[in-house]
Design a protein around this ligand. Structure first.
Ligand code: SDX
Length: 378
């Protein structure tokens, strides 16, 4: 075996072979199963895209109708899960609530049959169906209200916004939210997907796979950045303050949230679409002054850091879209998770086809033959 050079963060090291998605970071291209993200964002829906990612092909009309019906049927969560969630502190972060709730599903659906396609399908359907219900339920319960029951007459995106606000959303808002889900559904081996794959490689259950990925997505260097972007824009406060704020960040070598990417060295194609969605929402529902700050910040960062390939990533404009949809800031990352469940499950299913447990090596930097010093002599 050839010994490879150590790469912090495994930069550039292939850890799997996959046919699920493709990113060209120099050209700003993202494809799911070979189809460009721009095309899926305008022509597909989240559930159709999820089917494509997981089963590798666009569904026929009948296949899509069956898939949607199954998901609709499984949207409800057991009262024991609701009761468990009622005991979560309302001050807790919704990503922690989601991680615990996703893991709890494994208690109820514990039969594991990883070589049975019916089991795989059931797990996919349950996770796609129940994760949005759990995110919305925590939101209602932390305000002291009962969760809103899923509405069987509503599609996936409409139903989520309905469960969150207890009223039917505007059709444009629901349609834009559905596009957001499509954009966030998959992105090759990012940190949370890798976490899902490592967990999956032990042949544990899919609920543990998703729970571990949720925990990984939560961090501010990954999915958690969308929440921090809004906090940053609020802290900047005005367009005039953008450049002094940026200079201060650069002086202190602090990271500018929503910028930079391991793979993209140009503007993330999802950020381009999300910016456009934000503008559509402002046109219909009124402007957001934080958008002007965001645009000025993008301009200023490009001037100072563009030559180093630091541009807006997916998390930069998504928060501005979610704000306009009435989604609270600390739900931005759980909303990302709702979408990314599709990608995590696609990788889970792909990996089961040719599994080998992940077990990399390390470069040991400690000592050898060290003496054991008795406690009295330490
Ligand atoms: C997501 O991987 C995926 O696909 C993830 C994702 C997905 O769909 O799953 O796209 C979603 O996680 C988006 C990223 C969200 N995170 C942020 O917005 C946080 C801010 N960004 C960075 O911390 C950073 O850019 C990362 C974490 C996204 C990427 O980290 P890398 O590849 O390890 O790069 P790095 O931190 O080593 O930075 C390389 C250089 C450094 O300068 P030098 O030390 O070489 O001089 O670029 C600089 C960094 O300081 N840099 C930044 C910066 N991002 C990189 N400087 C200021 N602000 C930034 N945001």
């Amino acid at each position: 075996m050839t010994v490879c050079e150590y790469k912090p963060g495994l930069e550039g090291i292939p850890a799997a072979q996959s046919s699920i998605s493709y990113v060209d970071g120099q050209k700003g291209i993202l494809e799911y199963r070979g189809i460009r993200i721009e095309e899926l964002a305008t022509k597909s829906t989240f559930l159709e895209t999820a089917y494509l990612l997981i089963w590798g092909e666009l569904p026929t009309k009948e296949e899509l109708a069956d898939f949607k019906a199954e998901i609709r049927y499984h949207r409800r969560i057991k009262y024991r899960i609701r009761d468990m969630m009622k005991c979560f502190p309302e001050t807790g972060h919704p990503m922690d609530a989601l991680q615990a709730s996703a893991a709890a599903l494994g208690l109820f659906y514990s039969k594991r049959a990883l070589d049975n396609p019916a089991y795989i399908r059931e797990a996919v359907v349950r996770l796609l169906a129940k994760i949005p219900t759990m995110v919305a339920a925590f939101q209602m319960m932390r305000k002291g209200n009962d969760p809103v029951r899923p509405n069987d007459d509503m599609d996936y995106a409409t139903n989520f916004l309905y469960m969150l606000n207890e009223r039917e959303p505007d059709p444009l808002a629901a349609q834009i939210f559905d596009v957001c889900l499509t954009l966030h559904a998959e992105h090759t081996i990012n940190a949370s997907t890798f976490s899902a794959m490592v967990t999956a490689s032990t042949l544990t259950d899919p609920y543990a796979v998703v729970a571990s990925a949720v925990g990984t997505l939560a961090g501010p260097l990954h999915g958690g950045a969308n929440e921090e972007v809004i906090e940053m824009l609020e802290e900047i406060g005005s367009v005039e303050n953008v450049r002094p704020y940026l200079d201060n960040c650069l002086q202190n070598k602090s990271k500018i949230m929503g910028f930079g990417h391991r793979v993209y060295k140009v503007k993330d194609p999802r950020a381009i679409i999300l910016q456009n969605l934000a503008e559509q929402l402002f046109e219909k529902f009124g402007h957001d002054k934080y958008y002007d700050i965001a645009v000025e910040m993008e301009r200023a960062v490009e001037e100072k850091l563009g030559h180093r390939g630091i541009y807006p990533n997916v998390d930069y404009y998504s928060g501005l879209v979610y704000r306009k949809l009435g989604i609270p800031t600390d739900l931005f990352t759980p909303v990302f998770a709702i979408a990314r469940v599709a990608g995590w499950l696609a990788h889970w299913k792909e990996q089961l086809g040719e599994n080998r447990i992940f077990r990399p090596t390390q470069i040991y930097t400690g000592s050898h033959e060290a003496p054991y010093v008795e406690i009295e002599q330490r």
